[in-house]
Each structure stands twice: as C-alpha cells, then as structure tokens.
Design a protein around this ligand. Structure first.
Ligand SMILES: C[S@@+](CC[C@H](N)C(=O)[O-])C[C@H]1O[C@@H](n2cnc3c(N)ncnc32)[C@H](O)[C@@H]1O
Length: 217
C-alpha cells in the first residue's frame, strides 16, 4: 500500500479498520502476559487505536503513524492534552504516558525510542500487501531487544474472496517472516459474524489469531 492510500483514508474518514472498543484479545491476554518489570510498548502503524489508551494504563506507549490526522485525532478524541514538536522527518506528539511519532515507519530508527519490552501489532502487518510484509518485519526486528515480545494479531480468510487491506496472513507466513524467532500461537478465534472492526466481509471464514513472538533462545 502506498502512503497516499492511507492519507486518503484519513482525509475521507474511511476507517473501516478502526475499532470503537479495545481489542478483546488485548484485554483477555495482555495483563497476564506482562511482567511487573515491563515498562514500554511500541505500537507501529498505530492509527488512533484505543488499544494505546488501554496499554498506557500500565506502561509507557510509543506509537508510530504516518497520518497527522490520526495522531491529532487520537489526542483530541481521548481528551488528552499534548505537546508537539518537529524532530527530523517526524512530528513528535506527547503527553505523560504516550508519545506518537508521526511519519513513515520505514524511516523511524529504533535508536530514536527507548528499549521496548513489548511491540503491539494489530492491523499493522495485515494492512500491508505481501510484497511489503517482509520489508515491514525486517525493520520491525530492529526494535527487538533480547527480551522484547511481539503481541501480533492476524486475520486469515480465503485470499481469493477479498482483496486487501486487510491481507490474510496465515501461520506459515508468520513462520517464514519470523524465521529464527520463537513463535507461540496463543489464541485462534473463528469470527462467525465475519466482522472486522467496522466492516463485515463476505468470506467463507474469518479467523483471528494471536501470536507471541520473541527472539529465539
Ligand atoms: C489498518 S490501519 C490499523 C491502525 C491501527 N493499528 C488499528 O488497529 O486501528 C493501518 C495504519 O497504518 C498506517 N500506516 C500505513 N503505512 C504506514 C507507514 N509506512 N508508516 C506509518 N504508518 C503507516 C495507516 O495510516 C493506518 O492508520
């Protein structure tokens, strides 16, 4: 997906991917997986997801998003007072528990942010066409330290029945993309109503999976 595609989504407010609630898998699993020593979570391609508000209850959150509308709306929608400044190619928005780097993920250096204990990916990997997924994961890996865990939520559906985004990402693709990493699939949910946030898909099945991924031992 070209950046212009996403800018247009935000300008036209066509945000079928945006959820009005915190993602159920985050609520169900995150608290029990997080360690008391965990301090910082990175949310790439974050949009204006409410999941960041949830995560900020227990840790410092750093998001990255290409759309300035999304970043601005995130703080406004949640009644959060923020500061903003230009830092190189990025606009940096911040309040006490949250910071958003507005700009292209592929230009964001992991050195710009503190060490991350968690990376939260809901609708980031699956937002990208197959050709971009490898590039995305290659760059994402630069944000991992030895103890970083990735909370990855994917969707699977018959690829011929829906042209993305979202794109179907199955377990063997996850295995290939994160080859050498330790991958655990913690949940598989059949979404019988075929709902994906604000959209309903006409597909034979829609399956959501949660993976926890960390560097191999
Ligand atoms: C499908 S949406 C998901 C947003 C969010 N993760 C959520 O769950 O609501 C994908 C987001 O990635 C952003 N995006 C796409 N390409 C990007 C890039 N190269 N750098 C930063 N953000 C990007 C889009 O603007 C969009 O908000």
């Amino acid at each position: 997906m070209e950046n212009i595609f996403w800018h247009k989504c935000w300008e036209r407010n066509t945000l079928g991917f945006h959820q009005s609630d915190v993602h159920p898998l985050l609520v169900e699993y995150f608290t029990s997986l997080a360690l008391p020593s965990d301090r910082h979570v990175f949310v790439p391609l974050c949009g204006k997801t409410l999941d960041m508000v949830y995560l900020a209850q227990s840790m410092q959150v750093t998001g990255n998003e290409i759309s300035d509308i999304a970043c601005h709306d995130f703080f406004l929608d949640n009644n959060l007072e923020f500061k903003s400044q230009t830092l190189g190619a990025f606009k940096h928005y911040s309040c006490q528990q949250l910071a958003l780097w507005q700009g292209d993920f592929f230009k964001l250096s992991s050195k710009a942010i503190d060490t991350v204990d968690w990376i939260y990916d809901r609708a980031a990997l699956i937002a990208l066409p197959i050709a971009m997924q490898q590039r995305y994961v290659a760059h994402l890996k630069s944000f991992f330290s030895s103890h970083t865990r990735l909370f990855l939520v994917t969707v699977e559906f018959p690829t011929m029945q829906l042209s993305g985004p979202p794109f179907s990402v199955n377990s063997s693709t996850v295995k290939d993309l994160f080859s050498g990493f330790n991958i655990e699939c913690l949940a598989i949910n059949e979404l019988s109503d075929k709902r994906f946030a604000q959209r309903t898909f006409e597909v034979d099945y829609l399956r959501e999976k949660l993976y926890i991924i960390k560097k191999g031992d």
